[in-house]
Design a protein around this ligand. Sequence first.
Ligand SMILES: [Zn+2]
Length: 233
Amino acid sequence: MQHDRHAGAHSTGPGAGHHPAVEQYLETILELEEFGIPPMRARLVDRLGVSAPAVSETVKRLEREGYLTLDSDRVLHLTESGREYATAVLRRHRLAELLLVDVLKVPWSQVHEEACRLEHAISDNLESHLVKLLGDPGACPHGNPIPGSANVVDPGPLQPLASVPSGTPCVVRRIDEHLQTQLDHMRELEQARLLPGQRVTVSEGDDDLIVLNVDGVTVALERIVATEVYVSL
Ligand SMILES: [Zn+2]
């Protein structure tokens, strides 16, 4: 079905008639910002799995439409309307993940991918029902804040699990959206119970693997995976 881009008072949010792929660009820029990674076109190529020319073309289009600007260091910046749009998509993504885990009992490791599809189909009206049903949750099942919620809890300073020194206990807080796209790694985290709120201690590590103690169980995790699991000390 074709949407009317100019329908409704708000034409900058999901449902404004943009292709899901375009919404994914804005959302990804916001995610990169969240984790302190400068959003650049090359990162969108990595994260969205599309070609560099395709990214350049869509970025140009989003720039023309007033959603973002590109500075002299090639870093992308969301405009006010771009940020509003991206925030709405990300909020729906995280609400959808919670709906899938809490209500539909879809395994934790699988919900990101499903939510990537659902987020583009959630209207303002459905979103308000979701917020009510789920009790205005502050975080998604991967520990990431739900923008606009009154219940967001600041866990304090976070760092990648990969950078925690041996012998230091820490608590898993957030799983990067990028890691969530990798189903095998998400299953590993699920099986090892490395979910938000879990206490762990790094016992040893080398360049490739880190070994963790999770409630008395020894778990080996690839270092590359541990760079996208954020913890607090
Ligand atoms: Zn997600």
